[in-house]
Design a protein around this ligand. Structure first.
Ligand code: SF4
Length: 304
């Protein structure tokens, strides 16, 4: 567990800011006792006096309230679930990313899945937890599967499992890691293993455990345009990449069919987003756009 000097507060992040993610809500509905056990174990280990559960929707507090957990309802925005934004908001500030890390304010923030894992480790021990998954990444993963699949929903699999059985029967490109993730082509997705490093090597992203298959009738570039416009609107407007870069990239994407200069401009502007923001929000957009230009290159050629 991350070291938090003088920890006073443990925050369970159940904000589900990513539109395609359902797993925190699923956990808080189906296994709130595990999340509560993990939060209590973390608070005891860190010496925290307070446990806060942050949710974006009513009805997710479940059995956590009666167990000494303060439940707060946060603003339903993408960036509200970012750790520093959430820590600042719980302390009475604006729900926007901040330079100061939560750990420097005596706050430990993690998502509901991590606390559920902690709850299970407290109950069954570390060896039991390591009996699933890989040596480098032990345990299991919760994934939200959506889009053009036969069985959408939240599933739990050991780390290192193949993706193919989870999207069997589908044939489209796959968005991995959600709106700040990366596209991977149909063929590559079907030989992908669900382990963070293995995914990174193939250009995919585990992120918040999102796998969404593009329907055969939907253009990948059109879907990327929709997502980038939405992401541009979510930026907190504090840094240049969010204020100017994301709207410019969204405009270039929209202009791809009309303006021959839009593609080189888009590549250059996307590149400029990388590592320039106060948080990783612009990096996610850059990764999404770059992967889209690669995976949907056939759409670009058809439009040329
Ligand atoms: S990059 Fe965007 S979201 Fe991140 S801190 Fe700067 S303005 Fe906020």
């Amino acid at each position: 567990m991350a070291s938090v000097r003088g920890c006073s507060t443990v925050i369970v992040n159940g904000m589900e800011g990513e539109p395609l993610s359902e797993k925190d809500g699923w956990l808080l509905t189906h296994a709130p006792h595990l999340v509560a056990d993990g939060a209590i174990a973390a608070a005891e280990l860190l010496g925290a006096r307070e446990i806060v559960l942050a949710v974006a929707r009513d009805g997710l507090a479940g059995v956590l309230g009666p167990r000494g957990v303060r439940v707060v309802r946060g603003p339903d925005r993408y960036l509200s679930g970012q750790e520093s934004a959430l820590a600042g908001w719980v302390r009475g500030g604006r729900p926007v990313p901040a330079a100061r890390r939560p750990a420097d304010r005596g706050i430990f923030v993690s998502n509901a899945e991590t606390f559920a894992h902690l709850g299970l480790i407290a109950r069954h021990g570390a060896d039991w937890f390591r009996s699933a998954g890989t040596a480098a990444a032990p345990g299991t993963l919760l994934l939200t599967i959506s889009g053009a699949v036969a069985r959408p929903g939240v599933v739990e699999v050991p780390v290192g499992s193949p993706l193919a059985p989870l999207i069997a029967g589908s044939s489209g490109a796959v968005l991995t890691g959600g709106y700040g993730g990366a596209w991977i082509g149909a063929q590559g997705a079907r030989s992908l293993w669900l382990e963070p490093e293995a995914m990174r090597e193939r250009g995919a992203v585990l992120g918040p455990g999102i796998v969404s298959v593009l329907p055969a009738t939907v253009s990948g570039l059109s879907d990327t345009r929709r997502i980038v416009r939405w992401m541009a609107a979510q930026g907190a407007g504090q840094c240049g990449p969010c204020r100017f870069g994301l709207p410019a990239v969204a405009a270039d994407l929209d202009a791809l069919d009309l303006d021959p200069g839009a593609l080189p401009r888009l590549r250059a502007r996307a590149e400029l987003l990388r590592g320039r923001g106060g948080c990783a929000h612009p990096d996610g957009v850059e990764r999404l756009v770059s992967s889209a230009l690669d995976v949907f290159a056939h759409e670009l050629r058809a439009a040329a």
